[in-house]
Each structure stands twice: as structure tokens, then as C-alpha cells.
Design a protein around this ligand. Structure first.
Ligand SMILES: Cc1cc2nc3c(=O)[nH]c(=O)nc-3n(C[C@H](O)[C@H](O)[C@H](O)COP(=O)(O)O)c2cc1C
Length: 481
């Protein structure tokens, strides 16, 4: 994708852009984007002709080029307080949460931390000066105020809060805050006497009324020897969490407090030290369910056979090889409220696994005698103690899908079966999509095939199947508790 350096444009074009962007209350970069959009839609707009007033424009968030990818951006204003050193950690904490950070340092902040440190940690240019010809060519302070999803001020000094409350704009930080139409999160930090001063109290009240969100300050010891009270800046992790909550409001967590045990992937059944019997399961469906259950607030343990997938965030992942390993780890992970057996466990293993690599001999191929593996789904479904209240199996079939799945639910004693067609034409094994049928038993005591409900879902991605399944589980859990 081509990019345009506005500085390198022809002087007449620059003058036109400046005039037009000023009259429309946009930055030059935003104005260029609008012009390109209009050209594509075939309705160019004249400078100022039909544009809203700057005040009205400010009320409507302009397009955020930097956020077009769906990533979150924070403009972090670091004020001149002793707690500024904690803001360097805050940059890291925000980035850990995949939030991009652009820093602005006040003149006083630069007495405490350097722009170089902030730039090295944020991997972005740091802004310090309202009258910087390079960034102000296209109204940089407006861009910093608007081309982000949230403005965080940490530490928010008494001075910065006073300026905000009064609407001052005599430096880059205060100009950004005055030009902002994004949410603002302040993390005040100051001496307790400053915090409790009547002027600060008035400013805090005013800022809250203006819709500014505050975190802290906390009580504790001050940097000044022997002083303690309310005024310590909140910890970096607390501020990052508050920022994340504003950016992505917490989703409902219907499985909070529930333990969910999930199996995924194939198993490898050794023939000798270098060979094994396996199947084509990728583990994608089980991993997607683990991620969806975790997102719904559950405490998730995922027992997985050998797969090439990254551990889902926040999930306890136990890696195993064979069906017997998998059963041991599943049993050790009990009790659980919900167990979902999505793994494609090998039905058989080699009875006489070779201790050394099997060799070709004149006698021909060594016979491989197979014995049955433990049936994890049936074992757990039939436990007298520690049986999870909801046990869900997966049926991977290549023919007579529903009939086989109905027979399986009755035979194994589980509560639900997710049946999927894994014939090569379906592309389910190893693919990203799945077409499933959810079979549920009506009533705890009935295990005849007649009492089984079948719900057929349309083709979906494995993530969508996971989300739907978890939503269904959450509904059932809600009814029974
Ligand atoms: C060593 C030292 C520590 C300071 N710590 C704080 C502080 O924690 N909170 C505060 O509001 N002001 C503090 N100040 C005062 C601010 O630096 C001063 O009000 C400055 O003008 C703030 O500028 P700014 O709000 O533009 O960053 C401190 C000053 C010094 C010299």
C-alpha cells in the first residue's frame, strides 16, 4: 500500500490542504483521507462548503486511521511527578495487552524520565513539544488527541488536572486534552496535602463532571521521607487493567467459578521408539472450545495430544502422547463441572511395543498385534464419584453420522455428543470449518436412543462452533444452578 509524505507535496497543494483541513476542523492527514474517500465515491467537497463546524466535528469521532486494523491505541501523557518512572512500566503493561502506546511527555516529566526511554519501550516516536514544526505541520496535537482510542494521563499531576479543569492549552499535553474527543483516564499522583487541597478537590469534582475517568490515587508512603496518605499513583498493572476495561468492556462471564476439562488432538500410539500410529486430528476444535470456555470465565484445563497449536491464553494445558497418558491426566484433573472430550483418541494401540526400532527381516513385515485402548469418554461418564455433572463427547464419523452418534451417547453414558462428519470430502479433519449436530439426552435417567434430541448447526468456523457450544453449556449450567 502506497503512503504519502505530506511534507513532500507541492506548496500549492500543501496550502490548499492546510486551508481545507483548518476550515473543516481536521488534521491534514485526515483531510487527505476524506478527499480520497470522496474521489472514490465521486463527490468532491469544497473547502468548508458543507462541512460541520469545528465544534460539531469535534463531537463526532473522526476516522481513526491507526485503528483501522482493530488494534487499540492509547495516547499516554506522562506528567511531571515522581511517579513518572512507573509510567515506563505502564507502557510495557499496556503493550503486554496488545495495546499500542504513543507517549507525550510534559516539560516537567522530562526531569523524571527521558523521551528516549519512553520511545524505546513504546517503539514509537515520543512527542514533547506543541510548537514542533515537524509534527505540527499537520496539527499533530489534534492527531494525538483523536487518532487513538483512549488518552491516559499518568501521573496526572495537580498542575495538569488544574489546567484540564480550566481548559488551558499552553503546552502539548494540555492542548491534546482540550482537543480530545476520546475517553480520558487519569491516574493522579501527588503529595497528600496537594491531593486534599481545596483547589485540587474542586478540580477533581469538575473533571469527574466532565466525564473524565480516574483511577486512584492509592493510600501509602510518599516519596517524601516520613510522609504517607492518599496520593500514590495506582500501580501500572491496575492502570493497564482499567485502560483495557475502557477499551474492551468486560464481557459477560457465564462460566465464572466453573471448572472445565477439555481434551483435544490426536493420540500417538507407539509401535517402537521412532514409529507410532496416529490420526489426522489437528486439535483446532478442542483448542477453540478451551479458548471460548476461558473467555466465558471458566477455569479451563486442556489435555492435548501432539498438535502444532499454541496454548490458548489463560488455559492450563497438559500435553500428552498416548491414550493411556491422556486418561491418567484427565483423571488427575478431576473434579470438574463440565468435561468435553474433543480428542480423537486412538481406539487401539500396539500390544507389543518394540523396545528397539523394528528391523526389516527376511521373514517379512513384523506382525502388529493391536489391543483396545481405554475408552476415556465411557470411563469418565460412568464414574461413580467425581463424574462431572455435564459430560460431552465428540463423535467423528464417516457414515451414518446421526445413528452412530445416537448409539454412542447411549453406549458411553455421556450427556451430550457433538457429532461431526470427518469423511475426507468434509475437510473437517485439519480444516478450519465444521458442520456439527448436537445430540442431547432428555432427562438424566433416560439413555434410550428415542430420548435423544438432535440439533443440526449450519457450517461454521471451529471458533464459532466453540462459541455456540459454550453458550449452550452456559445456558444449561444457569438452569441447573
Ligand atoms: C521532585 C519533584 C517531584 C514532584 N512530584 C509531583 C507529584 O508527584 N505530583 C504533582 O502533582 N506534582 C509534582 N511535582 C510538581 C510538578 O513537577 C510541577 O507542578 C510541574 O509544573 C508539573 O508539570 P506538568 O503538570 O506539566 O507535568 C514535583 C516536583 C518536583 C521537583
Amino acid at each position: 500500500m502506497a503512503s504519502i509524505t505530506i511534507r513532500k507535496l507541492d506548496d500549492t497543494v500543501k496550502a490548499y490542504l492546510r486551508l481545507r483541513s483548518a476550515s473543516n476542523g481536521r488534521s491534514v492527514e485526515e483531510e487527505v483521507r476524506v478527499i480520497l474517500g470522496e474521489l472514490i465515491q465521486g463527490r468532491p467537497e469544497q473547502p468548508g462548503a458543507t462541512s460541520p463546524s469545528p465544534a460539531a466535528a469535534a463531537a463526532v469521532p473522526p476516522p481513526r486511521a491507526v485503528s483501522a486494523t482493530g488494534e487499540a491505541y492509547v495516547t499516554l501523557i506522562i506528567g511531571g511527578g515522581i511517579a513518572a518512572y512507573k509510567s515506563l512500566d505502564l507502557i510495557r503493561r499496556l503493550k503486554e495487552r496488545h495495546i499500542n502506546v504513543r507517549c507525550v511527555l510534559t516539560k516537567a516529566a522530562q526531569q523524571f524520565v527521558t523521551p528516549l526511554a519512553a520511545s524505546a519501550l513504546s517503539h514509537e516516536r515520543v512527542y514533547t513539544d506543541l510548537f514542533d514544526p515537524e509534527s505540527e505541520f499537520d496539527a499533530g496535537h489534534i492527531r494525538l488527541a483523536r487518532e487513538c482510542d483512549l488518552i491516559v494521563v499518568a501521573p496526572a499531576t495537580a498542575d495538569l488536572m488544574a489546567k484540564m479543569a480550566q481548559g488551558h492549552a499552553d503546552d502539548l499535553a494540555s492542548a491534546i486534552l482540550l482537543a480530545a474527543n476520546r475517553p480520558i483516564l487519569l491516574a493522579p499522583a501527588m503529595n497528600p496535602l496537594m491531593w486534599n487541597n481545596a483547589a485540587t478537590r474542586r478540580n477533581v469534582l469538575q473533571l469527574r463532571r466532565d466525564g473524565v475517568v480516574m483511577i486512584g490515587p492509592n493510600a501509602g508512603e510518599m516519596a517524601e521521607a516520613g510522609e504517607a496518605g492518599v496520593g500514590r499513583m495506582s500501580e501500572a498493572a491496575e492502570i493497564a487493567a482499567a485502560a483495557a476495561d475502557i477499551l474492551r468492556p468486560p464481557r459477560p462471564r457465564p462460566l465464572a467459578g466453573k471448572r472445565v476439562l477439555i481434551t483435544a488432538g490426536p493420540t500417538h500410539e507407539p509401535i517402537d521408539p521412532v514409529r507410532y500410529i496416529a490420526n489426522r486430528s489437528s486439535g483446532k476444535q478442542g483448542f477453540a472450545i478451551a479458548a471460548a470456555a476461558q473467555a466465558a470465565g471458566a477455569d479451563v484445563t486442556l489435555v492435548s495430544g501432539p498438535v502444532e497449536l499454541r496454548d490458548p491464553a489463560g488455559v492450563t494445558v497438559i500435553r500428552v502422547e498416548s491414550a493411556r497418558d491422556m486418561l491418567h491426566k484427565v483423571e488427575a484433573a478431576l473434579p470438574a463441572d463440565i468435561a468435553i472430550f474433543a480428542a480423537a483418541v486412538a481406539d487401539w494401540r500396539v500390544a507389543n511395543e518394540g523396545e528397539q526400532k523394528l528391523k526389516k527381516t527376511a521373514a517379512g513385515m513384523p506382525p502388529l498385534q493391536l489391543v483396545e485402548n481405554p475408552d476415556i469418554l465411557a470411563t469418565i461418564s460412568k464414574l461413580k464419584e467425581k463424574r462431572p455433572p455435564l459430560v460431552i463427547g465428540f463423535a467423528a464419523e464417516t457414515e451414518h453420522l446421526i445413528d452412530n452418534a445416537k448409539a454412542k451417547i447411549a453406549r458411553k453414558g455421556c450427556d451430550w455428543i457433538v457429532a461431526n462428519d470427518v469423511s475426507p470430502a468434509s475437510g473437517v479433519m485439519g480444516g478450519d470449518r465444521n458442520t456439527v449436530h448436537l445430540l442431547t439426552r432428555e432427562g438424566a435417567d433416560k439413555i434410550g436412543v428415542d430420548s435423544i434430541n438432535v440439533e443440526s448447526w449450519p457450517v461454521m468456523t471451529k471458533e464459532q462452533v466453540a462459541t455456540e457450544l459454550v453458550a449452550k453449556i452456559a445456558k444449561t449450567v444457569e438452569k441447573t444452578t
